[in-house]
Every structure is written in structure tokens, then in C-alpha cells.
Design a protein around this ligand. Structure first.
Ligand SMILES: C[S@@+](CC[C@H](N)C(=O)[O-])C[C@H]1O[C@@H](n2cnc3c(N)ncnc32)[C@H](O)[C@@H]1O
Length: 321
């Protein structure tokens, strides 16, 4: 019997040969940026669940590792920012997908005078054993691949990302998640797993998996509806489930004084009578001014009568503590 990983590769080999607009979330919006023209074939081959391209976090000198290139849509968008040979390294284990992405980058160069196919170096490699040296990239990204991995393989894939990231670098990741654990019968459906449906973790599992690898700071950028799946389509389900898509940045930095700093879009506001409040960790809050805080800091500060803590928006964009 072939392994589930081979089934995944077979599904994406087929999706490279015959683009499948029903695979993953093909209508997730793409970045509109000046002078960026996305070839239609890349839009047809948008096999992602969200976006991992975060313009506000990218610097011109970043080296970006992209795992699971697909049709090249996001690698092209990253190259928009790096704009130099090898600025983006795209790894994929499926030969047909690498070939298709290479052809799509030639088309992208025809439509975008600023772009050269050499701006994305395509490598034959596996997410479980990345062909990239330790501490060599400032940004790593994956979109809708890691959710297909079973627990041990997911740990391995994330450990590889952590290994290749430079200290201080970040991992941009997007995957579907489930509101509650999915039934085992559905989880065993390898085709549904390969199509980014049955391997989903819950939100808490997703975040805890990242922090357990060592990412000391995690920012949840977005949570949006992804797919409504029913027992009629998938008999392994015992009920209909609305899957979500999550976008997260995970930083290779040490934990904060409160432990891993998970930002879900919460703010703390000092509402006391002094000008400022200095909390027990040394953070200074000015009266009436919201400060983005991690969930751990929100819990700690929420115990005070003179601090108001707001709920998670799931649109975190950094934060102090
Ligand atoms: C769901 S698609 C996502 C493609 C792309 N990230 C996007 O957003 O359109 C998964 C991609 O990962 C590749 N892939 C599958 N298994 C892999 C593995 N073990 N290591 C690296 N790439 C893999 C597939 O060939 C495919 O390009």
C-alpha cells in the first residue's frame, strides 16, 4: 500500500498537469500591487487557503524560502519584494509541479518587465528534509501544504522550517483549521487530506504546535471561513463542518517573560488615574492608549481593575508584550 505522502504527491502531479480550479480555495484574493500582473494560469492554479505574503513585514533584502510552490502565484508575489536572483527559493517535491511553475514564471516575465524567472530558484526537495542550510533564510512560507501532514510529519516539517530560519526570521503560514476535532473516519480519507480538508487541526492545536517547536512569538493575522463540508460529500463525516482558513506569522525568537507570546488581536488599555502604568514585567501603558498584547499578557493584565482588555480580533499586527 502506498503512503499518504505519495497520495498527496499524486494529487498535485495531476493538479500540475490539469489545473483544477476546485482544488483548495481558488478565489482567495491576491495582492494588487503596482506593476504586478499575475498570469491567469497562476490564478487558476491558486492552490492556497489564504495569503502568506505580508507586505508590511517584508524587507528588500529578505531571502524567502517558499515550500510547496504550486503554480508559483505566491513565489511571484514574494519576488515582487526581493527582486534579485535567488531572492526567493521555492522547494517542491513534485517534478510536474516544478516544471509547471517554471513555465509559469516565464509567462510572468513576459507580463512583468521588472521580473526575471531567475528571481525564483526552484529546487527539487521535500518539506520533511529541506535542501537549504541552517539559519540561511529570513522568511519562510508555506500555504496549504502543512495541513496535509500527519502529526509526526508536521513536527518534522516545522522543525525543518525552524532550522533553516535565521534567528529573528519569521515563518508565514496559512492552512485550513477546524472548529472541533474531525472524526477519525474522515481524517483517514487520504484524498480529502491531500485536498486540504481532512487533516485540519483546531485553532488551539495549530498555535500550540508552532509554539512547541520553539517559535517564541506567534501573530494571528486572519481567520476566515474556508469550506463547508458535509457527510453527503464526505461520508467519513458525521456532521457538517465549516472549516476556517488561518494566516499566521511565527517568529524564531525566544519566548517572552510571559512564555510564548501569542498575539490574537487583543489590546490592553490602562484606565486608572495616573498618567502611566508600569506592569510587573516592566511594560509601560499610557492612560487611555490601547496597546496590542499577547494572550498571556492579556490574561495577566485582565486581572487588574484598572486595565481594560479587549477580545481577540484575529487580526494581530505585532504588539509590545
Ligand atoms: C496545496 S498545494 C499549495 C501550492 C501553493 N502553496 C499555493 O498556495 O498555491 C501543495 C504544494 O506542495 C507540493 N508538495 C506536496 N507534497 C510535498 C512535500 N512533501 N514537500 C514539498 N512539496 C510538496 C505540491 O506539489 C504542491 O505544489
Amino acid at each position: 500500500m502506498q503512503s499518504y505522502l505519495q497520495t498527496v504527491e499524486d494529487v498535485y502531479e495531476q493538479a500540475a498537469i490539469s489545473p483544477d480550479a476546485t482544488l483548495c480555495c481558488t478565489d482567495s484574493p491576491v495582492w494588487r500591487l503596482p506593476d504586478l500582473v499575475i498570469p491567469p494560469i497562476m490564478l487558476q492554479m491558486n492552490y492556497g487557503c489564504g495569503s502568506t505574503v505580508t507586505p508590511r513585514d517584508l524587507k528588500g533584502d529578505d531571502t524567502i524560502l517558499y515550500v510547496g510552490v504550486g503554480g508559483g502565484l505566491e513565489a511571484l508575489q514574494f519576488a515582487y519584494f526581493s527582486r534579485r536572483p535567488g531572492g526567493v527559493i521555492a522547494v517542491d517535491s513534485v517534478a510536474a509541479m516544478r516544471d509547471k511553475a517554471a513555465a509559469n514564471f516565464i509567462e510572468a516575465a513576459r507580463l512583468n518587465p521588472w521580473f526575471h524567472p531567475g528571481f525564483v530558484q526552484i529546487l527539487d526537495g521535500n518539506a520533511l528534509k529541506l535542501p537549504v542550510p541552517a539559519n540561511s533564510v529570513s522568511v519562510a512560507a508555506q500555504n496549504c501544504l502543512f495541513n496535509v501532514f500527519q502529526a509526526d510529519d508536521l513536527t518534522q516539517a516545522l522543525s525543518e522550517i525552524f532550522r533553516v530560519l535565521k534567528p529573528g526570521g519569521f515563518f508565514a503560514t496559512s492552512d485550513p483549521i477546524t472548529p472541533a476535532a474531525l472524526p477519525e473516519t474522515f481524517r483517514r480519507d487520504e484524498i480529502a487530506r491531500a485536498r486540504c480538508l481532512s487533516g485540519c487541526l483546531t485553532f488551539n492545536e495549530y498555535i500550540e504546535t508552532l509554539t512547541s517547536i520553539g517559535f517564541g512569538r506567534v501573530e494571528v493575522r486572519s481567520r476566515t471561513p474556508y469550506r463547508y463540508v458535509t457527510p453527503t460529500e464526505y461520508p467519513g463525516l458525521d456532521r457538517a463542518v465549516l472549516l476556517e482558513s488561518v494566516e499566521v506569522l511565527a517568529y524564531k525568537v525566544p519566548d517572552s517573560a510571559d512564555g510564548p507570546a501569542v498575539f490574537t488581536g487583543r489590546s490592553a488599555i490602562y484606565a486608572g488615574s495616573n498618567e502611566t502604568l508600569t506592569d510587573e514585567m516592566g511594560n509601560v501603558l499610557r492612560r487611555g492608549i490601547p496597546v496590542a498584547v499577547s494572550d498571556a499578557a492579556a490574561m495577566r493584565l485582565g486581572e487588574r481593575r484598572d486595565v481594560i482588555v479587549t477580545p481577540s480580533t484575529y487580526h494581530a499586527k505585532g504588539g509590545c508584550c
